[in-house]
Design a protein around this ligand. Structure first.
Ligand SMILES: *Cc1c(COP(=O)(O)O)cnc(C)c1O
Length: 380
């Protein structure tokens, strides 16, 4: 598109047009693993073998790059497969500096992978700029990656992206931001100078709890994009055609869904913050949230659809509330059109930072009043 387009317009039209051969308005799914060569042996249409690339993956990746505002994107078979492609940038002896709080699957992956690779991982509180600076400067090995998640899972902590980018770049590190919770609808990490954006596409990008996917988007470094694409091919980690099609189809409604989820979560958070059976609510949109001032600057499209609550009365009381909800389904994961509720500590197991009385809520697109009625009866 030559004119700059609004988000909903991009969601519908980015890298999508009626198919030339048939006029089909909905994109076809190309399952072919192999593509015909010309008589002279060339591949004039660009496709050769599906591990290297498929029409559905091309369309999806172009759309994702436009939505995040980067030079390109690579789609993977899961969020952790996307993480892995970035972790592959670490050489033996390199340092990875990561948030001490974040998606537990990522944190475990970092520890196991770094140990096997001979890289060093340091978990720090990314809200403590002085500490981050000291860790980046300290040590003899180069800090290769500064890995940020904001807002974090499950405490919804918000850290200052431009400030961390400045510190990371000064130390010579690539800065990575996991934008799964915020989505490009709420937060634009490339505008803060972040180098790489990660998504678990399984969550808001997919939005219907029916596709496992991961994304790495690259702000401007074409060589870096090439290195990630090499890993897609060499590891065979790329997203399959049907899943690419599902994800691209879901992106058409991304902004509609996420804006509705932000509005719903704000109402649910305000209700819970006043409820006597609730000790504490974690939602970046609440004025009392410690990251609210940064969130106002940084999450200009909305505060997201995720929130957590600490229920008065401890673990048993929290489990009782989760047992009584009817519209909120007890399940892990997030970002779908249906609301989910989860006792996070028991999913994460030993070593969890989630309080025992914490429930994490993923607010779907149901009417907020119905969700509030459900929580009212569940809280008793
Ligand atoms: C779910 C999640 C991941 C991992 O993604 P998968 O698609 O489950 O592999 C990474 N980061 C965050 C913030 C997540 O919520």
């Amino acid at each position: 598109m030559s004119e700059p387009a609004g988000l909903n317009t991009l969601c519908v039209h980015a890298a999508h047009a009626p198919e030339a051969a048939t006029g089909a308005v909905a994109a076809p799914i190309h399952l072919s693993t192999t593509f015909e060569r010309d008589a002279d042996g060339e591949y004039p249409r660009g496709y050769r073998y599906s591990r290297e690339g498929t029409p559905n993956r091309t369309a999806l990746e172009a759309c994702l790059a436009q939505l995040e505002g980067g030079v390109g994107a690579a789609a993977f078979a899961s969020g952790l497969a996307a993480n892995m492609a970035v972790l592959e940038l670490l050489a033996a002896g390199d340092r990875l500096i990561a948030s001490q709080e974040g998606y537990y699957g990522s944190l475990r992956q970092f520890s196991v992978f770094a140990e096997r690779r001979g890289a060093r991982i340091e978990f720090v509180d990314l809200a403590d700029a002085a500490r981050v600076e000291a860790v980046l400067k300290g040590g003899t090995a180069r800090p290769r990656l500064l890995w940020i998640e904001t807002p974090t899972n499950p405490l919804l902590n918000v850290v200052d992206l431009p400030a961390l980018v400045e510190l990371g770049h000064r130390a010579g590190a690539l800065v990575v931001c996991d934008n799964t919770f915020a989505t490009p609808v709420c937060q634009r990490p490339f505008e803060s100078g972040v180098d790489l954006i990660i998504h678990s596409g399984t969550k808001y990008l997919g939005g219907h709890s029916d596709v496992l996917a991961g994304v790495v988007a690259v702000r401007e470094d074409a060589a870096l994009l090439g290195r990630l694409q090499e890993w897609q091919r060499m590891a065979g980690a790329a997203l399959a055609p049907f899943d690419c099609w599902l994800l691209r189809r879901s992106l058409a409604t991304l902004a509609l869904r996420v804006r509705a989820q932000c509005a719903g979560a704000a109402k649910v958070a305000a209700f819970l913050a006043r409820h006597p059976a609730v000790e504490r609510v974690f939602y970046p949109g609440l004025r009392e949230h410690p990251g609210h001032t940064i969130a106002l600057r940084q999450m200009r499209g909305g505060f997201g659809g995720m929130l957590s609550v600490c229920v008065a009365g401890g673990r048993e009381a929290a489990l009782r509330v989760a047992a009584r909800t009817r519209l909120f389904t007890r399940a892990t994961s997030l970002g779908g059109v249906e609301s989910l509720i989860e006792h996070r500590a028991s999913i994460e197991g030993p070593g969890t930072r989630a309080p025992e009385n914490l429930l994490r809520l993923s607010v779907g697109i149901e009417e907020p009043e119905d969700l509030i009625a459900d929580l009212t009866q569940a809280l008793g």
